[in-house]
Design a protein around this ligand. Structure first.
Ligand code: NAD
Ligand code: GLY
Length: 372
């Protein structure tokens, strides 16, 4: 194993949607740097929204850092996990805002992974019809994807992220040093969303991920910094062109149509989101091959990479194939009951299109793990 390489200096990636513009700041130790928090919306009050796992690790530092800017900095610790990305957890935030006397200027800070970021962002979109919020992502998945781009949501038991809003953060602060405490399984789940950017948008990045996957798994600081930065650059470019997913932005959902069905079908939290996306990318690449868009070598390449990241490549048994189709018809990309998949037609290029049910059934039959 080569020696770890030092993390590069902090970087800034800008998201510019035309009507809103904000920084994604990426670097080691940014939580404690006063500059990370300068220039944010001013208010008397801030509320840190975190959870019972992340708050004990990082909330005190964030609270101290924000103390100079806000007279009152509250903290709410939500229950941890995807199973709590729901109405009761959302209401806990509103209850707390009411109890604290929060007003239209109150700024929310989402400290945690994608679950906290999505739910806090949705609370910010709703509270008094919208208050500013800042994303402080502490998982790899949240740093490379969910904290950027303004999709906020909670789950409905029947469908992933079904209730939500587009609500852009005022800033994203990715402190890479918070990844040190992330469990290995969560790091691997985050790698699924890193891998995603290669096939959909950047063939050279796909090559880079293949060459550097072992360094990423070993948490090499320079490799992680590059993966976060390049992922954010790609996502910022896509969101800048298509904030509301009128077209292009759908490519960011490569693997997600199958993935969301896995999450909802097994029950939220059974597989991690990144695990479901990893497997979903294998299925979507296989579907791309079956429809003649890519060759078998490309589909095998995606499967190999997902397997190397130690993510599942065999779909779980959700019951009969029509259960899959039923679940996927709930997907937000479906139109008039027709499921649309993000497929790859060349390394670094994706498109959105329907697929015949028989092709989907065949892919599932070829990739489903036999029931234990
Ligand atoms: P998560 O938020 O559940 O975090 C994973 C686990 O790691 C949790 O137990 C969390 O408490 C813990 N954790 C977080 N940071 C930690 C740290 N630094 N050290 C130790 N433990 C830490 O899961 P996730 O993978 O971050 O996010 C998944 C969610 O993101 C899903 O709900 C998914 O739908 C959503 N998502 C949203 C978007 C978007 O554009 N809004 C994009 C991708 C995913
Ligand atoms: N993660 C998909 C999107 O942000 O559009």
């Amino acid at each position: 194993m080569p020696a770890a390489t030092a993390s590069p200096p902090a970087a800034t990636v800008v998201v510019d949607t035309g009507h809103t513009r904000y920084d994604i700041r990426i670097g080691e130790g940014l939580l404690d740097e006063p500059a990370s928090w300068q220039g944010l919306p001013r208010a008397a009050r801030a509320l840190i929204v975190s959870n019972t796992a992340v708050a004990p690790l990082y909330a005190a530092r964030l609270r101290t850092a924000l103390g100079g800017a806000y007279a009152a900095v509250g903290l709410i610790e939500l229950p941890d996990g995807e199973a709590h990305k729901d109405w009761p957890a959302l209401n806990l935030i509103f209850d707390r805002l009411l109890a604290d006397g929060a007003d239209r200027d109150t700024v929310l800070f989402a400290l945690g992974g994608g679950v906290v970021g999505d739910i806090c962002g949705f609370a910010a979109a709703c509270w008094m019809r919208g208050v500013p919020f800042v994303q402080v992502p502490t998982t790899l998945l949240a740093q490379v994807d969910s904290s950027v781009g303004g999709k906020t949501a909670i789950n409905h038991p029947g469908g992933k992220n079904m209730i939500g809003a587009f609500w852009q953060p005022a800033r994203v602060v990715c402190d890479l040093s918070t990844l040190a405490t992330l469990p290995d399984r969560e790091l691997r789940a985050g790698l699924a969303e890193v891998i995603k950017y290669g096939p959909i948008a950047d063939a050279a990045f796909l090559d880079w991920i293949e060459a550097n996957l072992d360094a990423l798994l070993a948490r090499d600081p320079a490799a992680l910094a590059h993966a976060v930065r390049r992922s954010c650059e790609i996502k910022a470019a896509v969101v800048g062109q298509d904030e509301r997913e009128a077209g292009l932005r759908a490519i960011l959902n490569f693997g997600h149509t199958f993935g969301h069905a896995i999450e909802a079908g097994l029950g939220f939290g059974t597989w991690l989101h990144g695990e479901a996306v990893g497997c979903g990318m294998v299925l979507a690449a296989a579907l791309s091959q079956r429809l003649g868009l890519v060759d078998a070598a490309f589909a095998a390449r995606i499967e190999r990479l997902v397997a190397r990241a130690r993510l599942p490549v065999q779909a779980p048994d959700l019951g009969p194939p029509d259960r899959w189709l039923e679940l996927m018809r709930v997907d937000k990309k479906a139109q008039a009951g027709q499921i649309r998949f993000v497929l790859i037609d060349a390394p670094g290029h994706a498109l959105l299109r329907p697929a015949p049910d028989d092709a989907v059934r065949a892919v599932l039959a070829a990739h489903t793990a036999p029931a234990a």
